[in-house]
Design a protein around this ligand. Structure first.
Ligand code: ADP
Ligand code: MG
Length: 242
């Protein structure tokens, strides 16, 4: 379980996240939803200490999560990745083993086996020698998921893995995420689309700069909550003032 308390993040003058508190259960698939600019990416980054935090914390096993990043596999939003980087699929997945192998050391047989198994799991083993920049969006996302699997982490944080991908990739991703949750891992996924994919999540965190609702999917998707989150600035500010 991860406990987030009073998390508040500013970028210069922009208040991206205000006083957000909730818990994430392990063994369940948790989605983070909310409109564009709601602070979904900021929430993940704030929990991991990747942006300066004005107030609050994320605690995992009695310690700040940001000091246990060796437990975390994080896949950033695709738009934040430099796709011209000249790495092959195999390079990218092996990078997931660096924490286990150490920089500058040769990758062990175990690491190579784990990386191969991860690529097989996402159906991308035949692409191992291809430059990552030449793949489709869905294929790239599968490779990043393979890298996350290769990390053998306890906590998986994925920022919009479903954006701009094909049906086949979506099915593979949810299959794997469900398996991770079933094996007791903590799985946190930012998903800005409210389409059918959302039914895969057990729990939801609904954000619009502040926490609107959290809990099991059905209760969070209550129209009143959705209205507060998506109903435009007028509703947002009046809800806030209330
Ligand atoms: P989401 O992922 O929900 O679309 P973000 O967390 O990316 O939202 O952004 C939340 C708010 O913070 C937005 O208003 C965005 O413009 C702003 N923001 C995000 N990153 C930065 C940054 N590095 N510098 C300044 N403002 C930022
Ligand atoms: Mg985002």
């Amino acid at each position: 379980m991860i406990t987030v308390s009073h998390l508040t993040v500013y970028y210069r003058t922009v208040q991206a996240l205000w006083n957000v508190s909730f818990t994430v259960q392990s063994g369940r698939l948790t989605g983070i939803i909310g409109p564009n600019g709601a602070g979904k990416s900021t929430l993940l980054k704030g929990m991991l200490g990747l942006v300066p935090i004005a107030q609050g914390e994320a605690i995992y096993r009695d310690r700040p999560l940001m000091h246990q990043l060796d437990q975390v596999a994080y896949i950033p939003q695709r738009s934040q990745v430099d796709w011209t980087y000249p790495a092959t699929v195999w390079d990218v997945v092996l990078m997931g083993r660096i924490r286990k192998s150490g920089w500058f050391r040769r990758f062990s047989t175990v690491s190579r086996r784990v990386a191969t198994t991860a690529l097989e799991r996402v159906g991308m083993v035949d692409y191992r020698d291809r430059p990552i920049g030449q793949l489709s969006g869905g294929q790239q996302q599968r490779v990043f998921l393979a890298r996350a699997l290769a990390e053998e982490a306890e906590i998986f944080c994925l920022d919009e893995p479903l954006t701009g991908i094909d049906q086949k990739t979506e099915a593979i991703i949810f299959d794997i995420l469900r398996e991770l949750a079933d094996s007791g891992k903590t799985v946190l996924v930012v998903n800005h689309d409210l389409g059918e994919a959302i039914t895969h999540f057990d729990d939801l965190v609904l954000l619009n700069r502040e926490l609107i609702a959290v809990g099991d999917r059905q209760s969070v998707l209550h129209p009143e909550n959705m209205n507060r989150a998506y109903g435009g600035m007028v509703n947002f500010f009046s809800a806030r003032a209330a």
